[in-house]
Design a protein around this ligand. Structure first.
Ligand SMILES: [Zn+2]
Length: 146
């Protein structure tokens, strides 16, 4: 079963990526869903972070609170989403620092600081496989906008 992304969550994600990144800086958004419904993303969270044109760093305290929130609400991060200045792909840094190391965890990269179409056009998706590493997967096989 594909992971279902409500169109409202997708629209909100692009709003965060565009308004925070301003077409000049990378930005990250996290897609969260309830463990009771493993195939559903229910909301997007925009971490407190610093960023430049070539990277970003999530605030440590924000992340600590976020993990506690998720534990309380029985939810988990399904997909980490972030922007790149140009082409969407997985950089060595992206490969080296996943938010979560569990097989099945997804990482979506949006090109052009999310200034293009607010969908998966030219986006890149990678998934952590049982070997513990990210491998590219086809977006149409994994994600479904609902
Ligand atoms: Zn941001």
């Amino acid at each position: 079963m594909k992971l279902q992304i409500p169109s409202a969550v997708l629209a909100q994600t692009f709003h965060h990526l565009r308004s925070c990144g301003g077409g000049r800086r990378e930005c990250q958004a996290l897609w969260v869903g309830p463990w009771a419904h493993p195939s559903l993303v229910s909301e997007v969270r925009h971490p407190r972070h610093t960023a430049s044109a070539v990277g970003f760093q999530v605030d440590h305290d924000w992340l600590t609170d976020f993990w506690l929130d998720l534990a309380d609400s029985g939810s988990g991060v399904r997909v980490q989403v972030h922007t790149h200045p140009g082409t969407a792909y997985h950089s060595a840094t992206d490969d080296a620092f996943p938010l979560i190391h569990t097989p099945g965890f997804l990482s979506l990269v949006i090109p052009q600081f999310a200034q293009g179409p607010a969908d998966f056009t030219d986006a890149f998706l990678a998934r952590i496989e049982p070997d513990g590493r990210f491998h590219e997967v086809r977006i149409a096989d994994i994600l479904e906008i609902v």
